[in-house]
Write a protein that binds this ligand. Structure first.
Ligand code: B1M
Length: 212
């Protein structure tokens, strides 16, 4: 199979082609994780770079995002692992002002597939909503995602709100998203930064001392 065509379909925002190629790849036995990390994410990187260079525009991003989501809808159930184990409860969301959710949903799916209970709050989430969800679900881990340099700073407000609510000692806070790094995570007072969805699950287990 020429899986590079899948990357091209994501770049072109061609959902019918992209989903057909994903179905073919799955039938041919290509691992879902490989389809995502090698071919789908590459497509989003290419369209993002074109957008950054003024060679693509918001409608192109939206079409690529739609194609990517269609593919992830097919792959998400295949990421499921042993659901008889529960490692803990994760509350996850994209911070206030930020509407990007593809990467955050991928992180959420990996957590679900690895045996965590996941409360996915969605996008544009205020500090108050994060705190309320942590309380309501008695969460073990709070995961914050941001894709914009203009919204990543809000993570500090969320950490402060968790502290103000008296919850900081009983919850681990993890941050991620393209502009975020380990130094920034330390600066905002988070417990950990991870670069991608796989690493997020590994680090979460380590933080809860449940590494297998
Ligand atoms: Co936007 N956008 N966007 N966008 N967009 C970026 C982020 C950008 C880098 C593009 C560019 O200029 N090259 C740029 C940000 C520049 C900056 O801040 N430095 C940008 C911009 C400028 C904007 C707008 C301002 C554009 C405009 O309107 N003028 C606007 C902002 C809207 C808003 O949020 N308020 C905007 C809008 C959009 C769309 C709505 C059109 C669409 C989002 C659709 C959606 O998500 N439903 C969109 C898209 C698609 C992108 C790009 C092209 C792709 C993002 C993506 O889905 N990547 C992006 C360029 C790029 O990233 N190359 C871009 C694939 C995804 C799998 O990766 O989300 O990085 P990612 O997730 C990764 C990791 O980051 C990590 O795991 C995932 C992979 O395993 N991760 C975590 C994510 N969260 C984590 C949390 C963790 C751990 C890991 O916690 C522990």
């Amino acid at each position: 199979m020429e899986l590079d065509k899948l990357t091209d379909a994501i770049v072109a925002g061609n959902m019918p082609n992209a989903t057909a190629l994903v179905n073919e790849a799955v039938s041919a036995g290509v691992a879902p994780q490989e389809i995502i990390s090698t071919y789908l994410i590459k497509g989003m990187e290419i369209i993002g770079a074109r957008f950054g260079a003024g060679q693509a525009f918001v409608p192109n991003l939206l079409m690529s995002a739609r194609a990517m989501k269609g593919c992830l809808d097919i792959l998400k159930p295949l990421l499921k692992g042993d659901t008889s184990i529960s490692y803990g409860t994760v509350v996850i969301g994209t911070v206030k002002g930020d509407l990007h959710d593809i990467g955050k949903n991928l992180v959420a799916s990996m957590f679900e597939g690895s045996g965590f209970e996941v409360v996915n709050l969605g996008i544009d989430i205020s500090a108050d909503r994060f705190v309320a969800a942590v309380q309501e679900h008695n969460a073990d881990i709070l995961v914050l995602s941001a894709l914009l340099t203009t919204t990543m700073g809000y993570m500090k407000d969320v950490v402060a709100a968790v502290k103000d609510a008296g919850l900081r000692d009983r919850i681990k806070i993890m941050v991620g998203g393209a502009p975020v790094n380990a130094e920034f995570a330390a600066e905002v007072g988070a417990d950990a930064y991870t670069a991608d969805a796989n690493e997020a699950v590994l680090v979460a287990k380590r933080l809860l001392c449940k590494a297998s």
